[in-house]
Design a protein around this ligand. Structure first.
Ligand SMILES: [Zn+2]
Length: 715
C-alpha cells in the first residue's frame, strides 16, 4: 500500500549501501561511524552532558564512566554562550575543545548545541530591544531563558555569529558528529512575541502572502469594525485592544510567529550546511505542543528530535487538575513519539532528552519505578527512535534545574536508574540493525492540524473547548486498539490507511476535502466530530450549510449547533454501537441525515430523537460524524468499534496497560510488548514467537513483568 520509506529502504540495504559507498543520510552515517567504534552499535545511545557546569578535573572520569556505560555520544554546550563568548566578538573555545578531545578519546561522539536559547548578560545589557513582548504587552526580562524575540535582527545576527564561530572552530574537529540548533523553541513563559520588530516582520510576511491589500482586506473581512487597511504599515499585532481581534488577523499572526521561529532556525541551518557538510543538524522539542508547526520547523533538518519526560508530564497533569487520560500518561508519550516520527513522513527520530530520574524545576516528579526508564527507552525505539540521549549525566548543584536528576546524583553517587540504563544500552546494541531500522506499521491515521488548534484557541465556541485536548483524548481512545497510528497533516495522503480520525476539523481547505472524499470513495473510513468544516483557511465561516465542503461525503446537514453548559444532554446508541447511554460534555451538533444512517440520537431537550452520530456510505467507504462531545468511555467504545468495522485489527489481544507496537521489514515482523503497569501480565499468543531480548521462545502465552518489555519475532 505504501511506497518504501527511507527507513524501509535502509533496512534492506544499509550494509550494501555502506559497502558500495552509496550516500547515506547524515544521521545514518553518524550511526555507522559510532557503530564502527569499539563501543558502537546501530543506534545513538548517549547522554546530555554539561562540561561547562562541571569542574574540568572530572571530565576524564565522566568520559570514562560514560564509555563504561556503553554510550556512543553526548550533547553539549547548548546553554554555554557566556563561556564561549564572554564579551561581544571575543570567543573562548579552549575549554570546549579540551572537553571534546577527552570525550573523543573515550569514543564518545559529540552533538554540539548552538546556544541561542540563553543569551549572556552582556548581550541583554547592551541590546534590550531583543526581549520578547508578551500578550499583555509587557516586555520580558533577562535572568531566565528564552526571553528573546525570534524576529529581532540583532538577536538573530548575534545568534548566527556565535553559531558560525562554533562551526568554524569545530567543523573539522574529530569526534563532532552533529548539531542541535537552539533548545526547545516551543517552551517559554510567553509563546508569542508582539514587539515592534515582530509587527514589521508580520507586515512584510503579509505582503508576501497576500500581494495586495485588497486580497488581505477581503480575506480577513476588514470591513467589519472599520478595519480596512490602506497601507501594510497600518496592520497591528493582536495585542490588547478595545475588543477581540479580527479572527483572520489573529490566525495569520500565529502562522507568522511559527514561521518566524522556523526562519530563525533555518538561518543557523544554512550556515551549518555550508560549514559542516558532513554533520547532521536538528533541533529539539517536546511532545504535542502547538506553538510552532513542527512539519515546517523540521522540513529542512535531518531528523526530528524530541525530549521525553513521562513523569514530569504526569506531575503537570496532576498539578493542572486534569482528569487522567483514557490510557494514562503512556498514550500521551506515544502520541509525542508518533508525532516525532510523522513530522518527517515516517523517518526515524531521536529522543534528545530522556528522563532518567526525578525531574522538575520547583517540585519533583517521582523517581521512575524500577524498570520504567528502560520501558520508556523501548517505547521510543518501538515508535521509531534511532537515538536516545538520557537527561542528564550529573545533577546540577546550582541553577534553576537543581531538581532535575541525572544518572549521577548531586554527590556523584550512582542514581537508582544507573545500572538499569547500562543494561538497556547493552540490550539495544545487541538487538540488531534489522529490527532497529524496520518500518513502524500504521493502519490508522490521526489528523493534527496546527491551523485548527490556533483557530479554536482564538474562538473556541465554548470556553472549555480545546483542540489539543480533543486530539489527545482521541489518540488515547484509539491507541488502545494497538493498530499503529501516524499523526498526519490535514492535506496528507490518506491512501496508506484503513481509517482516518480527524477530531474538531474546524477549518477545511478544498484540497483537504477532496482528499477525504477520494479516500472514502476508495474504501477508507473517515471519522470526525462536531464543528466540522465551519471555517475556510482565512477563518471566515462558510456561506453554505454545515458541514460545508464535506456535506455530501458525510451525508448530513447540521440542523443546529449547541454548546452545553447546565442543560445537559445525552445520547442513545443504535445496536451497531451498543452500550449504555452516553453523556454529552461540551457540544452537540444536531444532525439531519441526507443519506447517512443514524448510529445514535439525542435523548433530551427540544432535539430529543434527532441524530447525534451518523454513518454515510460513499463508494466502498464510510464517513462517520460524531455530533456529540461524548464522555470518555463512550468515545473510546465508539472509536474502537469503528476501527473494527474498518477492518483494523491489533496483532495480539492484550489486557489494559499493555502497549503493542509492530515493526516490519519485508516479510519479517516484530512486536514490541510494553507493560506500563507495575504488575506482571500475561498475553496469549496464537503461535510461537522468538524473544529477541532473551533468545528464548514463547508458545501459547508470554508473561511480561511489571514495567517489562518483550520484543517478539514471529517464527
Ligand atoms: Zn518580537
Amino acid at each position: 500500500m505504501t511506497s518504501p520509506t527511507r527507513r524501509e529502504f535502509l533496512g534492506g540495504a544499509f550494509v550494501l549501501m555502506s559497502a558500495a559507498s552509496i550516500r547515506l543520510p547524515l544521521w545514518a552515517r553518524a550511526v555507522a561511524n559510532v557503530a564502527a567504534a569499539p563501543s558502537g552499535g546501530q543506534i545513538l545511545l548517549g547522554v546530555d552532558y554539561y562540561p561547562d557546569q562541571t569542574p574540568e578535573a572530572l571530565w576524564e572520569e565522566d568520559s570514562r564512566m560514560m564509555s563504561d556505560m556503553g554510550f556512543t555520544n553526548v550533547r553539549i554546550a547548548e546553554f554555554a554562550w557566556a563561556l564561549m563568548e564572554p564579551s561581544e566578538g571575543k570567543f573562548e573555545f579552549g575549554w570546549l575543545h579540551r572537553a571534546i578531545q577527552i570525550l573523543h578519546k573515550h569514543n564518545i561522539g559529540v552533538i554540539l548545541g548552538t546556544p541561542s536559547a540563553a543569551p549572556p548578560p552582556w548581550l541583554s545589557a547592551k541590546y534590550p530591544d531583543i526581549f520578547e513582548v508578551n500578550a499583555q504587552g509587557q516586555r520580558l526580562r533577562p535572568g531566565g531563558r528564552r526571553f528573546t524575540c525570534p524576529t529581532n535582527p540583532v538577536y538573530r545576527k548575534l545568534s548566527l555569529v556565535i553559531a558560525t564561530q562554533m562551526a568554524k572552530k569545530f567543523g573539522e574537529t574529530e569526534g563532532v558528529i552533529g548539531w542541535q540548533i537552539d533548545n526547545e523553541l516551543t517552551l517559554g513563559s510567553s509563546l508569542r512575541c508582539y514587539c515592534n520588530f515582530c509587527q514589521v516582520g508580520f507586515q512584510n510576511w503579509l505582503r508576501t502572502r497576500y500581494s495586495t491589500l485588497d486580497n488581505l482586506n477581503q480575506s480577513w473581512g476588514t470591513v467589519f469594525w472599520s478595519q480596512t487597511y490602506s497601507d501594510f504599515s497600518q496592520i497591528p499585532v493582536p495585542l490588547l485592544s478595545g475588543g477581540d481581534p479580527n479572527p483572520g488577523l489573529a490566525l495569520d499572526y500565529d502562522r507568522y510567529q511559527s514561521y518566524a521561529n522556523t526562519s530563525f532556525t533555518e538561518e543557523q541551518l544554512a550556515m551549518l550546511r555550508q560549514m559542516c557538510p558532513t554533520h547532521f543538524v536538528t533541533t529539539n522539542n517536546v511532545g504535542l505542543v502547538d506553538t510552532i508547526d513542527m512539519r515546517d520547523l523540521y522540513a529542512k533538518l535531518d531528523f526530528a528530535a524530541f525530549d521525553n519526560y513521562p513523569g514530569f508530564f504526569d506531575m503537570l497533569t496532576a498539578q493542572e487538575g486534569k482528569s487522567p487520560l483514557p490510557e494514562g500518561i503512556a498514550s500521551t508519550i506515544s502520541l509525542g513519539h508518533d508525532l516525532a516520527r510523522s513530522v518527517k513522513g515516517g523517518e526515524p527520530f531521536m529522543i534528545m532528552e530522556e528522563q532518567s530520574g526525578k525531574a522538575g524545576q520547583k517540585t519533583f516528579a517521582p523517581q521512575p519505578e524500577t524498570g520504567q526508564v528502560r520501558l520508556w527507552t523501548y517505547q521510543g525505539v518501538a515508535h521509531g527512535a534511532m537515538g536516545i540521549n538520557y537527561f542528564r549525566w550529573d545533577t546540577a548543584t546550582f541553577g534553576a534545574e537543581q531538581y532535575w536528576h541525572g544518572i549521577l546524583n548531586h554527590d556523584r553517587s550512582k542514581s537508582p536508574a544507573y545500572e538499569e540504563i547500562r543494561q538497556t544500552v547493552k540490550e539495544l546494541k545487541a538487538l540488531g540493525q534489522e529490527v532497529l531500522y524496520s518500518q513502524y506499521a500504521a493502519q490508522t491515521a490521526l489528523v493534527f492540524d496546527y491551523d485548527c488548534s490556533w483557530a479554536v484557541k482564538i474562538q473556541p465556541g465554548h470556553y472549555a473547548l480545546d483542540y489539543m485536548t480533543q486530539v489527545t483524548s482521541w489518540y488515547g481512545a484509539i491507541s488502545a486498539s494497538h493498530t499503529g497510528i501516524d499523526v498526519i497533516a490535514p492535506e496528507a495522503d490518506l491512501s496508506p490507511y484503513k481509517i482516518v480520525f480527524a477530531p474538531l476539523a474546524y477549518l477545511m481547505s478544498e484540497k483537504q476535502a477532496a482528499k477525504i472524499k477520494s479516500f472514502v470513495q476508495a474504501g477508507g473510513m473517515f471519522v470526525t466530530n462536531f464543528r466540522l468544516g465551519v471555517k475556510t483557511e482565512s477563518s471566515q465561516i462558510v456561506r453554505t450549510p454545515l458541514p460545508g465542503l464535506l456535506r455530501d461525503v458525510m451525508g448530513v446537514t447540521v440542523a443546529d449547533y449547541i454548546p452545553i453548559y447546565s442543560a445537559k444532554n445525552a445520547v442513545k446508541f443504535a445496536p451497531g454501537l451498543a452500550g449504555p447511554d452516553g453523556e454529552c460534555g461540551l457540544w452537540t451538533d444536531i444532525l439531519q441525515p441526507t443519506g447517512a444512517e443514524v448510529l445514535a440520537s439525542y435523548t433530551k431537550g427540544s432535539h430529543a430523537g434527532e441524530a447525534a452520530i451518523t454513518m454515510n456510505t460513499v463508494g466502498s467507504g464510510k464517513a462517520v460524524y460524531i455530533g456529540a462531545d461524548l464522555d470518555a468511555a463512550s468515545l473510546a467504545r465508539v472509536l474502537r468499534t469503528l476501527s473494527g468495522l474498518a477492518g483494523v485489527k491489533p496483532p495480539l489481544e492484550v489486557p489494559p496497560g499493555i502497549e503493542l507496537t509492530v515493526r516490519r521489514a519485508g516479510d519479517k515482523q516484530w512486536i514490541f510488548v510494553l507493560n506500563h503497569t507495575s504488575v506482571s501480565q500475561s498475553v496469549s499468543i496464537p503461535k510461537t514467537f522468538t524473544d529477541l531480548l532473551t533468545g528464548g521462545t514463547h508458545t501459547g502465552k508470554v508473561d511480561v513483568s511489571g514495567y517489562g518489555v518483550r520484543v517478539l519475532q514471529g517464527a
